[in-house]
Design a protein around this ligand. Structure first.
Ligand SMILES: C[S@@+](CC[C@H](N)C(=O)[O-])C[C@H]1O[C@@H](n2cnc3c(N)ncnc32)[C@H](O)[C@@H]1O
Length: 191
């Protein structure tokens, strides 16, 4: 089976060209993106967040799947990276790009429960997982990638991932499935 995506966000190639130009090598891969789009499409009127915008590849996939009444809030600490995402995707009224630390955002969030969280930075994944899961609505989806070794990992990162994986079974409010597919994924549902 050829598992390459059979759809593609219109802005993706230009985003990836900018990523190459900037030397940004952490964009999600296409298969992960396709899954993100598929999951986002399952959340009409969904309140969707991405922690770690990068230059917008993941956001482009999420937006591709999102229905017209869904909304995406995408957080990033690096304004330069996020400006690339905003340049390509900011015309879409369904997305808000927020330059903020996901850690502070977890402290201050008072909005409605989350329908889907794609967590692509340490807060909400390797740190403060319980706080993130508390924000999900029942049936809300939790997605992380890069659980298989990546060339961009710092030398101490495997330990972080191992600890994350080892502690998943302690979370009684998350029914998750791990997949050694694409960059290594966890897709979980808040129960
Ligand atoms: C793996 S990249 C994101 C890729 C993007 N989600 C995609 O799918 O194309 C992780 C990003 O998270 C950002 N980041 C790191 N720590 C963060 C934090 N505490 N809060 C928000 N963003 C953070 C980094 O600057 C980096 O751009």
């Amino acid at each position: 089976m050829d598992d390459r995506p059979y759809f593609r966000p219109a802005a993706l190639d230009a985003i990836l060209a900018d990523a190459t130009r900037l030397g940004f090598a952490m964009s999600c891969e296409d298969r992960t993106g396709s899954l993100l789009a598929t999951l986002a499409a399952s959340k009409p009127a969904g309140n969707i967040v991405e922690l770690g915008t990068g230059v917008g590849a993941g956001a482009s996939w999420l937006l591709h799947g999102m229905r017209p009444d869904a909304h995406l809030t995408s957080m990033e600490t690096d304004p330069g990276r996020q400006a690339v995402a905003a340049a390509h995707l900011g015309h879409d009224t369904r997305v808000s790009f927020v330059t903020a630390d996901a850690d502070a955002w977890l402290d201050g969030y008072t909005g409605p429960p989350l329908s889907l969280a794609y967590v692509d930075c340490r807060p909400g994944k390797f740190l403060r997982l319980d706080d993130l899961l508390e924000l999900l609505e029942p049936g809300g989806l939790y997605v992380v990638d890069d659980l298989l070794p990546q060339p961009t990992w710092p030398s101490d990162h495997q330990t972080r991932v191992d600890d994350f994986l080892a502690r998943l079974s302690e979370r009684s409010n998350l029914l998750g499935t791990l997949a050694t597919w694409a960059s290594g994924l966890l897709v979980g549902t808040r129960i």
